[in-house]
Design a protein around this ligand. Structure first.
Ligand code: FDA
Length: 311
C-alpha cells in the first residue's frame, strides 16, 4: 500500500548517514533552510522565539527537544540533565510550561529502572515548576514498556504527566480503556512509525476509522484528551460529537505539528477551540524531519523548491 510504502521508504532513508550529512549542511541554515518549516531551530533560543509567536496567535504549545534512542547510561544521564535544564530555562523565559519527551532518550533501551528514575527526576522538576510532561509514543516495540513506566509514575502520584496512544495499533482500543480507567490524560495520534501487519492496520481507512472511535471514547470517558491530527474530516466529526454530548471546548484540545496546517490551527482558535502546537527543536532533527516527509511525499516537492529557490 502506498501509505505504508512511503513511510517505509522515508524511514529507511532516515538511517542514511550521507543524506543526514547533506541535510545537516543545508537543512537549517540560510535561505535554503527547508527544515525550518517543520523544526523551530537547533537551539532553545530559536524554540522560545517560535513559541512566543505561537502564543501571540492564541496557540498553545509543547516543546520537544529532538532526539532518539540513546545507547548508553551516560547518554541517558546527559539527556535527562538537558531536560532538567530545559525546564529551568523555559520557566525563566516566562512562556507556557509544557514539554514532550521520548523514554528512549532517557535510557529505555539501556536499562528500564534507570529510565524510570530519570523520568521521575524530570517529573519532580516539572512539579516544582508546574510543567506538564507528555511522554511521546515510539514504535510498537516500546508500547507496553512505555505504558507500564507511565503507570508506575502515576501510581507513585505524578499527575502532571500524560501518554500518547496510536490508532494504527490493534491493541489501542484496550489501551484507551486502560488509560481511561485510571484517569490518565491521553494524546491520540494515528502513529508515525512503520509497523508490521502483526501489530497494526496497514490501510489508512482502517486507521482513520479506529481513530474516530477512540477519539469519541476518550472524549466521553477520558480525562482532557488531546485530539492530535491534521485530518479535517476527523476534526469536524470530533467537534460535532463533542457538541452533541455537551462536552465543552475546555474539556479537550486539538494538537498539531509545527508548520503543518497552520491555516487550520488559526481557524480552530478563531472558532474558540484550544489548539496546541508540537514544537520540535534541537540538532537531532533529521529522523523527525524524515517522518514528516514520509507522511506526505508532497513535502519532498516543498523541500526541492526551497533548495532550488536560491539563486
Ligand atoms: P493524515 O496523515 O491522514 O493527514 C491528514 C492531513 O493532514 C493530510 O491530508 C495533510 O493535509 C495533513 N498532513 C499530515 N501530515 C502532514 C505532513 N507531514 N506534512 C504536511 N501535511 C500533513 N506519532 C507517534 O507515533 N507518536 C507520537 O508521540 C506522536 N506525537 C504527535 C504529536 C502531535 C501534536 C501530532 C499532531 C502528531 C503526533 N504524531 C505522533 C504523528 C502522528 O502519528 C501522525 O503521523 C501525524 O499527525 C499525521 O497524521 P494525521 O493524523 O495528521 O493524519
Amino acid at each position: 500500500m502506498l501509505d505504508v510504502a512511503s513511510k517505509a521508504f522515508f524511514q529507511a532513508l532516515s538511517h542514511s548517514q550521507n543524506l543526514k550529512r547533506l541535510a545537516s549542511r543545508y537543512g537549517m541554515r540560510g535561505r535554503r533552510s527547508f527544515a525550518r518549516r517543520f523544526i523551530a531551530g537547533e537551539t532553545l533560543e530559536d524554540a522560545i522565539a517560535a513559541v512566543r509567536q505561537l502564543e501571540a496567535q492564541g496557540l498553545r504549545h509543547t516543546l520537544d527537544h529532538l532526539g532518539e534512542s540513546v545507547p548508553t547510561l551516560d547518554g541517558s544521564e546527559r539527556c535527562t540533565r538537558e531536560y532538567l535544564g530545559l525546564i529551568e530555562d523555559v520557566a525563566r523565559a516566562g512562556v507556557e510550561r509544557n514539554i514532550s519527551l521520548k523514554l528512549t532518550q532517557l535510557g529505555l533501551d539501556v536499562d528500564r529502572a534507570t529510565c524510570t528514575e530519570n523520568l521521575q527526576r524530570i517529573l519532580a522538576a516539572a512539579d516544582r515548576h508546574e510543567f506538564f510532561v507528555r511522554i511521546d509514543m515510539e514504535s510498537s516495540a516500546y508500547t507496553e514498556s512505555t505504558l507500564s513506566i507511565f503507570e508506575t509514575v502515576w501510581r507513585l502520584g505524578s499527575r502532571r504527566v500524560g501518554v500518547v496512544l496510536q490508532s494504527c495499533l490493534y491493541r489501542t482500543d484496550a489501551d484507551v480503556e486502560r488509560m481511561n480507567a485510571i484517569g490518565a490524560r491521553v494524546r491520540l495520534v494515528k502513529g508515525a512509525y512503520r509497523e508490521p501487519k502483526s501489530a497494526a492496520f496497514q490501510r489508512k481507512a482502517d486507521v482513520d476509522a479506529a481513530y474516530l472511535e477512540q477519539a469519541k471514547r476518550l472524549l466521553a470517558e477520558g480525562t482532557y484528551p488531546a485530539i492530535a491530527t491534521h485530518d479535517e474530516t476527523i476534526i469536524a466529526e470530533v467537534k460535532q460529537f463533542a457538541a452533541a454530548q455537551a462536552i465543552g471546548p475546555d474539556r479537550y484540545e486539538f494538537q498539531m505539528l509545527y508548520g503543518i496546517r497552520r491555516d487550520l490551527q488559526s481557524s480552530l482558535v478563531a472558532e474558540g477551540y484550544r489548539v496546541r502546537v508540537y514544537v520540535p527543536f534541537g540538532r537531532e532533527w533529521f529522523p523527525y524531519f524524515m517522518r514528516r516527509l514520509g507522511e506526505r511525499p508532497a513535502n519532498v516537492g516543498f523541500v526541492l523548491r526551497a533548495l532550488l529557490s536560491e539563486k
